[in-house]
Design a protein around this ligand. Structure first.
Ligand code: NZQ
Ligand code: ZN
Length: 390
């Protein structure tokens, strides 16, 4: 096993009625606050007014950036950077889903440099992030784990790029995770959020090196939790228990804990980011379509044991069968969960994606060479997987 560093520096307030701590937490970083949010859901659910009240009671000066898009665009990052620089902002308050929090992370970094924020993402530049403004967030959608990780993904429609980046300066300082703030998340976004969490876990679980039994068990437990509680959250949007289980799982699926010392490279995420970059589809939906096909493509005599573990421990598939049969039933069970139980669309065609860009998307997904994931994938492999999703 490899050595590893575990460091998740985000303080979490989990549960209902914790927002009275917001002012105290923000004041630790200064008095000028830039609040960021998306297309308006926080106003519809009454959260905007609650935040206003807390910020005003704390005597803080508030600035706002609304309208951050799903698959956040670099233009929103630039808008936020400008507001920070013009007003000497001390701390950022992101209120929303992963898109708002991701955008805020790069506003926080961009506020500290003179160059354009896209230089952080641009693969030919990858400008260093030496510091960032502190970020506090209030999460409203369980999915990406941005509330407790150091990553973010930004899109540039001019170049059809959607690029992710991790940096330890980007961890939120404080996250407010109140499951009631997710009661209004639609059935569709709830399903997509769970598909995203599942993928975050499977990207780590399906690796052939240095498995730690304890971490595998933890991942299987999280997968069973998502499988149990997502249909409940969809049927009963205000079921606190279901929303809470999903919320805490979203954070732990990607905060680094499950990595242990594994040497990791993800596979479905780079393939999905190209779909979102070219077609602006919902991240979790793209992952749902890709994941079972990727699993099918990577199944072989060499990899089958991991599938058997997955199928039996996550879906309870009968272990008294040939390994290949067990593996295939595990993949089918996952596909059935995503497409039949959660009701997500099962093909690229159904979401308006044809073959015309498969080659360019595959090329960009492998960054010109190979995706070094569970099974190394060349450009041709990625194209084959896209084709399986037609
Ligand atoms: O924009 P508003 O009006 O807020 O509406 C949003 C949006 O339309 C809505 N919504 C959010 N909370 C709601 C709500 N509607 C009703 N009630 C609420 N409580 O949901 C829609 C989707 O929101 P968005 O923030 O885009 O979703 P998500 O949290 O899934 O974020 C997706 C983005 O995160 C990136 C994805 O690529 C994508 O760009 N990712 C970030 C990661 C990270 N930081 O580590 C990892 C992930 O793998 C992922 O790549
Ligand atoms: Zn994801």
């Amino acid at each position: 096993m490899n050595n590893f560093v575990y460091n998740i520096p985000t303080k979490v307030y989990f549960g209902e009625n914790q927002l009275h701590n917001l002012g105290t937490e923000l004041k630790k970083f200064g008095t000028k606050v830039l609040m960021t949010y998306g297309g308006g859901s926080i106003k519809r659910i009454g959260l905007y007014d609650k935040v206003m009240k807390e910020v005003k009671n704390a005597g803080l000066e508030l600035f706002e950036l609304g309208g951050i898009e799903p698959n956040p665009k670099i233009s929103s990052v630039r808008d936020g950077v400008r507001i920070c620089k013009e007003n000497n902002i001390d701390v950022l308050l992101a209120v929303g889903g992963g898109s708002t929090i991701d955008c805020t992370k790069f506003i926080a970094a961009g506020a500290k440099v003179e160059h354009d924020a896209w230089d952080f993402m641009d693969l030919s530049k990858r400008s260093k992030i030496n510091e960032a403004l502190p970020i506090v967030d209030i999460l409203t959608l369980s999915a990406t784990g941005s509330e407790m990780d150091s990553g973010g993904v930004i899109s540039n429609p001019e170049t059809n790029d959607k690029i992710g980046r991790l940096d330890e300066n980007l961890f939120p300082k404080v996250s407010f995770l109140d499951p009631t703030n997710t009661f209004t998340v639609s059935k569709y976004q709830t399903a997509c959020g769970s598909a995203d969490m599942i993928s975050h876990i499977l990207e780590v679980y399906f690796n052939m090196n240095e498995d730690m039994e304890m971490l595998d068990s933890f991942m299987e437990g999280m997968l069973r939790t998502i499988i149990k509680y997502t249909p409940i959250a969809i049927a009963e949007p205000e079921n606190y228990k279901a929303r809470a289980e999903l919320m805490w799982t979203s954070s732990w699926a990607i905060n680094g804990f499950i990595n242990g010392g594994k040497r990791l490279a993800w596979s479905c995420h780079p393939m999905e980011h190209e779909l979102s970059a070219y077609y602006d589809i919902t991240h979790g939906l793209g992952l749902a379509i890709l994941t079972p096909r990727w699993m099918e493509y990577c199944l072989s005599e060499k990899t089958v044991s991991k599938y058997v573990q997955f199928a039996t421990n996550v879906f309870g598939i009968d272990a008294n069968q040939e390994p290949m049969a067990i593996a295939r039933q595990g993949i089918e069970a996952l596909a059935s969960f995503l497409f039949d139980t959660l009701g997500l669309k099962r093909t690229l065609q159904e979401v308006g994606i044809d073959e015309s860009k498969f080659a360019i998307m595959a090329e960009k997904a492998v960054h010109g060479d190979t995706l070094q994931g569970f099974v190394p994938l060349k450009k041709e492999d990625v194209e084959n997987i896209y084709r399986m999703c037609r």
